[in-house]
Write a protein that binds this ligand. Structure first.
Ligand SMILES: [Zn+2]
Length: 233
């Protein structure tokens, strides 16, 4: 009986091992969308900040990232970039990746193809004007993508990126809940969703103050999303 159990246990271990290997070797895309890196990234992870820039919150987040030597990716809303171009320039100068998150942050499912293209183009133009850089990555508002949206973005030279860890900071989660949420879900190659432009009463900055030292102590290395994709075979 013991021998049979051993046999099944070794089968299960072999299956788990091959599943892990398959994941490591699998391309990071699903439906043409990047959700995370692969286990081959090792302990590289990408922090992403959506919806900004915000005139008060974004500079505070930039200061904290700089203090810890952390590079992140900002998914920028075009009309906010036009309102605060100096903050977009500071993000670029700080070595962070600048990415496209639409112009008005409206739901793309109700837009025509021409309107979707305009949302992406106007945001690209605002980021280019502010920081002299053209985004390579795109994230639709609310992460609501479809086959059509992905292929329109692709036609404009953009990779669509979503996330695997939602910090729930947007839902006004308490600081410790955001922290626990990340601790429980972070893994090799994670793309983590934060927001730098939020309603009042959110705890993104407070959670980051605890999370950055914690993630470093666990050996995680912070890279931009493009760097994460490049290190994902
Ligand atoms: Zn958003």
């Amino acid at each position: 009986m013991k021998r049979i159990l051993c046999f099944f246990l070794s089968l299960a271990a072999a299956a788990a091992f091959s599943a892990k290997m398959a994941f490591a070797a699998a391309p990071p895309k699903k439906d043409g969308v990047i959700f995370s890196g692969t286990t081959a990234c090792g302990k590289k992870i990408a922090l992403t900040f959506d919806d900004g820039p915000h005139p008060v919150k974004t500079p505070k987040i930039l200061d904290l990232l700089e203090k810890h030597g952390v590079k992140a990716t900002f998914f920028i809303v075009g009309e906010n970039a036009e309102a605060y171009p100096e903050i977009v320039a500071a993000e670029g100068a700080g070595g962070h990746e600048l990415a496209n998150h639409s112009y008005t942050h409206t739901r793309f499912s109700k837009l025509t193809v021409a309107e979707i293209k305009e949302e992406i183009e106007r945001t690209d133009a605002a980021i280019k004007k502010a920081a002299g850089k053209s985004p390579k990555l795109f994230r639709p508002p609310e992460g609501a993508y479809s086959k059509d949206i992905v292929s329109i973005a692709e036609g404009m030279g953009k990779q669509t990126v979503i996330w695997t860890v939602d910090t729930m900071d947007w839902a006004k989660s308490p600081r410790d809940e955001i922290v626990e949420n990340v601790k429980a879900n972070v893994t090799f190659g994670s793309i983590i969703l934060f927001h730098d432009c939020t309603r009042d009463g959110t705890f993104t900055l407070e959670a980051l103050e605890l999370l950055l030292p914690y993630l470093k102590s666990q050996g995680y290395e912070f890279v931009t999303v493009s760097e994460l994709i490049e290190s994902s075979p």
